[in-house]
Design a protein. Structure first.
Length: 615
């Protein structure tokens, strides 16, 4: 087959005045992609933060919501918080908080803007490498508007996806620049951008592999007499070294956070079967994006043999056809882009409880879009047809995807909507979704519904200590104190996680305080702080006990420590009361002023502070 086909067919297109020069056409198409992306995702500014990492990443993370500072920078680079090491992501969230506070609209719209930049970069990188404007435009448009990408954009905590993708695409662009005239400075630009991508999210770890595919098509460097396969591979060694370093750091972070599951719960056989079926399911979501969910429960051993065999045959057939048609090089690059970039997230190393996730498709689906768009373009050329033949169908597809994306954004409006939808569209019982819905109902004060969802979230095969902690809190709230104590003790029996044990001991202390057993209450609060020195509930309650005994100075120390971790209006009012008792009126007045600045209902905060002191 001719080299023209290998590089992608050349189809004549209309050239109205708007597209009178290639440069003007490129600028107009970039603007069109930007406007379409911002318009379709505009409803995201009405969405709230959700109880799916947004609280841990932003709303309840003092290192982030205090804004950008030198302390935040040091923490971002030193922390394994949330079982991840992605300092640039933390810094971007801190910068958002500095600009927008905790107004979710600003955080969401920065995600949308980054996604729009990714869309334009994808178009420009493809166009520069292939010289195919309309195929590149369609790939970027599909990437912009496909509903599977809603999770990466409309979920504030998934900033890491859109940010790391931006650096990956910039690295691809820099690599195209380097390939034209190799040099140390240009290579350093590629490596530097790759390192930034890894520091945003290690999903871009496959970049060195992608560059080898990029060498094959569209750059065609394997065909160059000046470039041997060995030379091209050796050229990537420093980048593979960066990838390896990132993998080691990521494994350490996830092990430190307890995110990696052992083989007792997920045997290698179970992981392999799910990975095979997940590849097929991802392809299905690409072409029929229905029933998208924030959480797809892991099937464990529920997969049927026929599902695994069918997926093996399906994936093998595509691979054989791609290799058989390898002279259509875009098929090779597109298919192995999809397969290769999914490897780190496919579940062979099980992180979390999901079988798959929409966010994992953000980078891989680009490969499938390339296969489809260049295939359609080649079909036009082979049949000597004008591009107008595909203009109308292409527009219809983009309009349908835009409508599906608009609808999917609505499911991320708030936590109750998100988890209600997740439970409706998944055919495997999702205990985690029930639990998250319970927490969402709790935030809205819908306690009876929260209790029902908590009970639904108990997995008989894998008793979750967090659920018993939640049930204990509800029993405590409804003054069923002995039942609450039993649940907290069950939590302690089931978990080895120091943070969770600290939470259980803190709540156990509150239960004993409610029973006026102040000695046992103090013991439990002290134990909680030994396990987690930043356990706010334990700090506040030790302050309450000290204040009850007239030890105002000790109360001030406990309250101050609590406010340094999680400042609240109620906490500052308690601190002010202790300072008044200790004879420090100026300090007390300053903390009352801080409390007023932190709440829109100061009288309610005073009522809650008085209630805590009245025991």
């Amino acid at each position: 087959m001719s080299s023209a086909v290998a590089q992608g067919p050349r189809v004549s297109t209309p050239s109205p005045e708007l597209f009178s020069t290639p440069e003007r056409r490129t600028r107009v198409l970039c603007l069109l992609l930007m406007v379409a992306t911002l318009a379709v995702y505009n409803p995201v500014n009405r969405n709230a933060f959700v109880n799916f990492d947004d609280d841990h990443y932003i709303a309840n993370n003092p290192q982030v919501y205090d804004g950008l500072s030198w302390g935040t920078v040091k923490w971002a680079f030193a922390s394994y918080h949330e079982a991840n090491w992605h300092p640039l992501t933390w810094l971007s969230h801190a910068l958002d908080c500095q600009w927008f506070g905790l107004n979710p609209a600003g955080h969401h719209y920065v995600n949308v803007f980054l996604h729009a930049i990714d869309v334009m970069l994808l178009f420009l990188v493809l166009q520069a490498a292939t010289r195919r404007t309309w195929s590149s435009f369609m790939v970027a448009a599909l990437f912009a508007l496909h509903p599977v990408n809603v999770e990466s954009v409309a979920w504030a905590s998934e900033r890491k996806n859109v940010l790391s993708m931006m650096f990956l695409l910039l690295a691809l662009a820099a690599y195209g620049w380097y390939a034209k005239k190799p040099g140390a400075g240009r290579y350093a630009a590629v490596a530097g951008l790759f390192a930034c991508g890894l520091m945003a999210k290690p999903q871009v770890i496959t970049l060195p592999f992608l560059l080898l595919l990029w060498d094959y098509w569209p750059l065609g460097r394997f065909e160059s007499k000046a470039e041997s396969a060995k030379k091209l591979l050796l050229e990537k060694v420093p980048l593979f070294a960066l990838a390896l370093a990132s993998a080691v750091i990521t494994m350490k972070a996830q092990q430190a956070g307890g995110a990696i599951h052992n083989f007792a719960a997920y045997s290698f056989h179970v992981r392999l079967e799910n990975a095979i079926v997940a590849y097929s399911r991802y392809i299905g979501k690409a072409f029929w994006p229905a029933n998208l969910s924030a959480l797809y429960p892991h099937p464990l051993d529920l997969l049927r043999t026929w599902q695994v065999v069918a997926s093996v045959l399906f994936l093998t057939l595509i691979t054989v056809l791609v290799i058989k048609n390898r002279r259509r090089r875009y098929l090779v690059t597109g298919w192995f882009w999809f397969v290769g970039t999914l490897v780190p997230m496919i579940g062979l190393i099980q992180v979390g409880e999901q079988a798959m996730a929409d966010r994992y498709a953000y980078l891989p689906f680009v490969g499938l879009f390339v296969m489809v768009c260049w295939g359609a373009d080649e079909w036009l050329q082979n049949n000597q047809l004008s591009a107008r033949w595909l203009a109308a169908p292409g527009l219809v597809i983009l309009v349908m995807l835009s409508w599906l994306t608009h609808r999917q954004i609505g499911y991320w409006h708030d936590s109750v909507t998100l988890w209600t939808h997740a439970l409706q569209v998944t055919n495997i019982r999702s205990y985690k979704s029930h639990f998250n819905l319970a927490m969402a109902y709790d935030q809205q004060g819908r306690y009876d519904e929260a209790i029902q969802q908590l009970r639904e979230s108990i997995d008989p095969t894998n008793d979750d200590p967090q659920i018993h902690l939640g049930l204990g809190i509800y029993d405590q709230r409804h003054r069923h104190v002995q039942d609450a104590i039993a649940e907290f003790e069950t939590t302690l029996r089931l978990t080895t996680d120091p943070k969770l044990k600290g939470d259980a001991y803190a709540n156990l202390g509150v239960a004993y305080r409610q029973l006026h057993d102040f000695g046992r209450a103090q013991e439990n609060f002290t134990t909680a702080l030994q396990l987690n020195p930043n356990q706010v509930m334990a700090l506040v309650n030790l302050g309450l006990l000290a204040q009850r005994n007239g030890n105002y100075q000790e109360a001030i120390i406990s309250y101050s420590r609590a406010m340094s971790v999680e400042p609240t209006a109620v906490g500052y009012l308690l601190l002010a009361k202790a300072e008044q008792g200790a004879g420090h009126p100026a300090e007390a007045q300053a903390d009352i002023t801080r409390a007023k600045q932190m709440t829109t209902d100061f009288s309610e905060a005073q009522h809650r502070a008085d209630g805590l002191l009245a025991f």
